[in-house]
Design a binder for this molecule. Sequence first.
Ligand code: NAD
Length: 419
Amino acid sequence: MANTSPINPFETAKQQIDIVADLIGINDGLREVLKHPKRELTVNFPVRMDDGSYRVYTGYRVQYNMARGPTKGGIRYHPQVSLDEVRALAAWMTWKCAVVNIPYGGAKGGVICDPKHLTRGELERLTRRYASEIAPIIGPEMDIPAPDVYTDSQTMAWIMDSYSMLKGYSVPGVVTGKPISLGGSEGRGEATGRGCAYVIREAAKDAGVKVKGAAVAIQGFGNAGSVAGNILYDEQGAKIVAVSDSRGGIYKSDGLNPHAVEAHKQKTGSVVGFPGAKEISNDEVLEAKADILVPAALENQITKRNADRIQAKIVAEAANGPTLPEADAILFQKKVTVLPDILANAGGVTVSYFEWAQDIQGYFWGLDEVNSRLERTMMRSYSDVHKVAVEKKVHNRTAAYVLAIQRVVDAIKIRGIYP
Ligand code: NAD
């Protein structure tokens, strides 16, 4: 989803670096390295439209930091894509990969366009041309794109094919989030929600919350939110009391069956109108009487306006950036356990890493193997973050940034500054 905040997201990303640098004592020179994207490519390219006319589009690919390995990050199609937004998202990908300790740096790409007003043929030509424009700087050993806002497995298939045509042989490892038939991974579609459910389970032990029977509210019953809900319900015995989508929310104090809600949403286009549930607003979902809250929709949802009314003891950020810094402080004071986005939704990039690892080996794993490796990664990552939070007496978000930035700094230092 686009960043709807008037604040320049790259300024925010740089401020976060400063906060951590102060906390762990990073020198000025390294601070500057961390605040600059390593490589940025802007491409302007023509696309033939269905009516025979040509239109010029602008796209970006930013490789933020590759000290820990090839860079990884999605490609976004949106009218509001800007270079600073792409830079910020690339920085956040760097920290997210470092938190879960996968051997990647961070990157991001975007094309300024409105995919809702493009035909499938136009989208395919735009994607193939953008892919060939950025081809010199992507590749399985260099930078591996993935889907993001308004791009999907079909987009990745077109990029994989265009890149492979340039090379003269098939290169499945150039992108992740591909269809299974092209070297995609089992479990990738569910990975973000599943990873989030594992992190909740681990954090609940430290927060003194029993997930079995706990009341859960989910804002945004889409891919990430519905999968997290299903797993909390099916595997951990939680009670899903409230869910919502862009049309509104529903509440049932003795619990909803998330599979039935999903079926209703598929049939009618929304969770609203689910039989036997009370209709509530999206704000009421956030403030519902629940032990666990999963914001899984948009950014900037928990602010100083509503943070005080959040009743949950655990807030697990399946969405990117749902909590403003002003609200973080309030939640910390209220002793709410916030599981920050770069940890709570890192299951997606983790299974993307597994997809790439399978592609470059040419050997594919079953779903059980993918899920058990994901579970181990999320458990270890939560434990690493929690340890830093306790040691440094900071909340989990700062702890996750400390852990991630320290790992990147260690890699930069041990490699040394070339030449
Ligand atoms: P999605 O489009 O499948 O789901 C989003 C859901 O949010 C939809 O049900 C939509 O109706 C709902 N929604 C939209 N506006 C809303 C509003 N104002 N109030 C309540 N609900 C609203 O998208 P997704 O892939 O599940 O992504 C959701 C969030 O998770 C995003 O922030 C995304 O960046 C983040 N995320 C997703 C993945 C992934 O692998 N899917 C990985 C990392 C982060």
